[in-house]
Design a protein around this ligand. Sequence first.
Ligand code: FAD
Length: 439
Amino acid sequence: MSGANGSTWRNWAGNVTARPTREVSPASAAELAEAVRRAAEQGLTVKAVGTGHSFTATAATDGVLIRPDLLTGIREIDRAAMTVTVEAGTPLKRLNAVLAREGLSLTNMGDIMEQTVAGATSTGTHGTGRDSASIAAQITALELVTADGSLLTCSEKGTEEERAVFAAARIGLGALGIVTAITFAVEPVFLLTAREEPMAFDQVTADFEELYTENEHFEFYWFPHTGNCNTKRNNRSAGPAAPPGKVRGWIDDEFMSNGLFQVVCSLGRAVPATIPAVAKVSSRALSARTYTDIPYKVFTSPRRVRFVEMEYALPREAVVGALREVKALVERSPLRVSFPVEVRTAPADDIALSTASGRETAYIAVHMYRGTPYQAYFTAVERIMTAHAGRPHWGKIHTRDAAYFAEVYPRFTEFTALRDRLDPDRRFANAYLRRVLGD
Ligand SMILES: Cc1cc2nc3c(=O)[nH]c(=O)nc-3n(C[C@H](O)[C@H](O)[C@H](O)COP(=O)(O)OP(=O)(O)OC[C@H]3O[C@@H](n4cnc5c(N)ncnc54)[C@H](O)[C@@H]3O)c2cc1C
């Protein structure tokens, strides 16, 4: 195990910093358990981090910071059970690449793959889906080190207590223990055909239910200050594979979505008054395209322009109304927003603190370019979302607390009761967990 005095830790967006007492990089579950026991002897709290892609202070600690770097790799691929077991610190991109080489794939995922498997699942990272849910919902078994330094494994097939842990710890916010390995359900690798197409705001919102119903994975972006959207439909296909051409792929994914977008955002930050006019042009810049590829190449793309984000999960039937309210808000306010607003969906799942727990869900995500004041925009949008009983993404900016969550999560006390049993001394606490779960 390597260890060092903590230096300043910073998240990807640069809006959260922390100064841990000590940093540790365990290379096994046993070393991790030892680090937890040692921290307990010294009365220090413990927090594992992934790649710091959360916008909230969920991973911040002034105690012992557990780094994921040495806890990586594939433990086992079980072709009979169709599962893969990976070390908790494994980056999603490595998991995706190994699975593809083995002719396998996850069913659904978010739009980047930089995060670690434990970091991504702990906050409920999701993509968009009609039938398939978040990455955590694809977990079939979990291994974690609990506050007393013991190793606990859980799945749907275990004892009553193990099933209770499994129901909560798949999206555990780092509050129940430190995850050391995760087993995911996998399937034979398949092809997805992506159809990207500009569409008017009025049409997408009028046809939303139909677009959602007719596609396995539907999402769209609305460009603030315009009536324009881009839609993306991903559906399984028999092939053949037809990846975007190298030039077209580079133009869309690198030049337009990263290089040029960076310039547009910098201009907007320097001279906000230019944003609406630029948005009218840039929202029309991406034209329709269709391509077919393996799942992770269709679901994910590089995101190099730094931003901060807030995302709320709403009952699906509320999403169109809420989005219209966001549009009206932007139109009547002095707000200048250069980042598109993203809408995705998820089926109801059975994880206690999943944003889609027990309800058919649609998400609205708002972003601001890094370094631009975002509070006024996010506060106004959050007011709309909470009026619809919205549940914020655990890794994205929000101001909600435990009292609020007790109202919007029917299984909230199931989670906190489990936390009381597994971590009575709050070894895994930090300021964020005190706010969202209570002390
Ligand atoms: C560019 C970008 C794109 C994104 N796209 C999406 C998206 O498409 N969909 C979506 O839902 N979200 C998205 N997110 C949010 C991101 O997926 C989540 O915030 C995710 O939690 C980050 O994973 P991470 O590995 O960086 O973990 P961190 O942010 O470092 O940590 C997240 C949480 O996990 C806990 N944790 C980490 N490792 C462990 C462990 N071993 N055991 C227990 N707890 C642990 C931490 O303590 C913390 O509470 C995006 C974020 C960015 C910056």
